[in-house]
Design a protein around this ligand. Structure first.
Ligand SMILES: [Zn+2]
Length: 124
């Protein structure tokens, strides 16, 4: 995937959320409270409800984005920039391209997540 196909495909927040949700659904979700692995999807709230205990979890819960207030599209863009080349972009360059400051935690998360997600993005 190059930058043109990436921006054409992941052009909106909802597109990124839907892609993330489909990958999360494919991997499966396990309830933190009871361990059940069947959930109802609550699209209006971007969350899941356990079919056994009715406990709710958000789409981000249990992922590296759990504590982040950044949008999905920001995560996707950062991950793409960090994995587009073998060496990736530096943190400073990512900050300049995305137009905001972030800490080393974000950089590490995106880099690690990008390694796992890159094979998925390349298939799009
Ligand atoms: Zn449960």
């Amino acid at each position: 995937m190059n930058i043109f196909s990436f921006t054409a495909h992941f052009d909106k927040e909802e597109t990124c959320r839907l892609h993330f949700k489909s990958e999360r659904d494919r991997v499966g979700i396990k309830c933190r409270r009871c361990g059940h692995d069947k959930h109802y999807g609550i699209k209006s709230r971007w969350s899941y409800e356990c079919k056994s205990c009715r406990s709710r979890i958000s789409l981000r819960s249990g992922t590296i984005m759990q504590s982040s207030k950044l949008s999905f599209i920001t995560w996707y863009k950062a991950m793409f920039l960090m994995t587009i080349t073998k060496k990736g972009f530096s943190s400073k360059e990512i900050q300049r391209q995305l137009g905001f400051l972030f800490g080393p935690w974000f950089t590490s998360c995106v880099r690690l997540w990008g390694i796992g997600m890159i094979s998925i993005l390349w298939k799009v």
